[in-house]
Write a protein that binds this ligand. Structure first.
Ligand code: ATP
Length: 219
């Protein structure tokens, strides 16, 4: 199977499938049909079948899918059968919250180190991880088999740090800084722009209020 042939839209839906299948697994449900999954997830059954066909279909539809098998296979596609060693750069409020969030570890995403330039946080412990000076980062990345760097620094600092990470041969960056990072295509970047998401929510909130007002005025 060539990943390049699979659309980003399909890949973006995989974590949601994985989450729902995890819930079914917890409820000890052994088989699920695309129709049942469709009802749970509010996605059409044909969309589910089409998505799964990208990966060979995952078994006989007539008898439903084996939940354990499907969960494991989607987990493998998402790379969750590997441990990922991560560091955080920028141990402010957001960085500390991410390091402290245990659910990542349950999925195999393990924070190994945290780095900052501020004396206010260097030396501070977040759980078992001590915040180290940024200068220690390149050696740490090389010696600890780090795959993912999480960037929670101000945007003015992010491009420079991304450049350093490229030199350390980091493989992937989870970027919370509000900037598109200047890195080569070989480095995988996932941007999480929290304020964009909040603005989208605000837009939808106000649009629905406007609709209500318009409808009210028309009555
Ligand atoms: P947060 O935004 O996470 O709440 P904050 O408000 O304390 O944190 P920010 O200015 O957003 O501060 O910076 C986040 C963290 O990034 C801080 O701990 C800051 O010291 C750190 N930081 C700033 N510049 C750099 C840099 N060049 N390298 C590493 N860390 C940096």
């Amino acid at each position: 199977m060539d990943d390049k042939d699979i659309s980003n839209a399909v890949i973006a839906r995989l974590p949601r499938y994985y989450r729902y299948l995890g819930e079914l697994k917890n409820d000890r449900i052994e088989r699920v049909s695309s129709r049942e999954l469709s009802r749970l997830m509010h996605v059409t059954a044909s969309q589910i079948r089409q998505d799964f066909n990208n990966f060979g279909g995952f078994g006989q539809q007539g008898y439903g899918y084996n939940v354990d098998y499907l969960y494991d296979e989607i987990g493998k596609i998402l790379g969750l059968d590997h441990i990922h060693n991560m560091i955080i750069i920028g141990a402010g409020n957001l960085g500390q919250a991410l390091v402290g969030y245990m659910n990542f570890k349950n999925r195999g995403f393990v924070f190994r180190g945290a780095f900052d330039i501020s004396q206010n946080v260097i030396g501070k412990k977040i759980g078992s991880i001590e915040v180290l000076p940024l200068d220690d980062m390149p050696e740490f990345v090389r010696n600890n088999n780090i795959d993912i760097a999480v960037l929670t620094v101000p945007k003015t600092a992010a491009a420079g740090i991304a450049k350093e990470l490229v030199e350390c041969r980091i493989k992937a960056i989870w970027n919370f800084a509000h900037i598109d990072l200047p890195v080569p295509d070989s480095i995988k970047v996932e941007n999480v722009h929290l304020s964009d998401s909040l603005m989208k929510l605000s837009y939808n909130l106000h649009r629905s209020e406007d609709d209500t007002n318009t409808t009210g005025a028309a009555e």
